[in-house]
Design a binder for this molecule. Structure first.
Ligand SMILES: [Zn+2]
Length: 161
């Protein structure tokens, strides 16, 4: 572990590492709040998804957590509370009107494809049902959301369902 609990007194000059980057100070209206699994195998797909959909990367609120929309499909609990709260803040801070829900094949959150005995249709059907449950939850919690999209990601791309 390289980090210490001691913070530099003069952050401008004493930080251990400085990466120079100009970030926009402008506030924005989010084009979407995207609930996506943090599985890094789908990180490049996420970036491509943003481009293909014509979104601006700097106007997306990304809620990345294990399982993606799984958190919103499940029963009440800590995962659902966190995901719900993130969407609520996206709406409050960035006036979000669109939520995009994603689950993916071979997701560790569901025990991977092996939990479905590698039955692709079975896994697909299950995930479709999860997306419907997550959609119903988001609809009931956030009536101000105008559009909810459901996406199933796979190793050859993403399909809107
Ligand atoms: Zn996953």
């Amino acid at each position: 572990m390289t980090s210490t609990l001691e913070m530099p007194k003069d952050i401008e000059n004493d930080a251990e590492t400085f990466i120079k980057f100009e970030s926009s100070k402008e506030h924005y209206k989010a084009e979407a709040c995207i609930v996506w699994c943090y599985d890094a195998r789908f990180a490049d797909l996420y970036n491509d998804f943003i481009l293909e959909r014509g979104f601006s990367e700097s106007k997306i609120d990304a809620v990345k957590g294990a399982g993606g929309a799984q958190a919103l499909a499940g029963e009440s609990g800590a995962d659902r509370d966190v995901a719900r709260s993130q969407i609520a803040k996206s709406i409050k801070l960035h006036h979000t009107e669109r939520v995009i829900l994603m689950v993916h094949m071979d997701c560790g959150g569901y025990g991977g494809s092996k939990a479905f005995n590698d039955d692709r249709q079975g896994e697909w059907d299950h995930h479709g049902a999860e997306l419907r449950k997550a959609t119903a939850f988001v609809q009931s919690e956030f009536p101000e959301i105008k559009e909810i999209e459901c996406w199933l990601a796979d190793f050859d791309g993403a399909r809107r369902i």
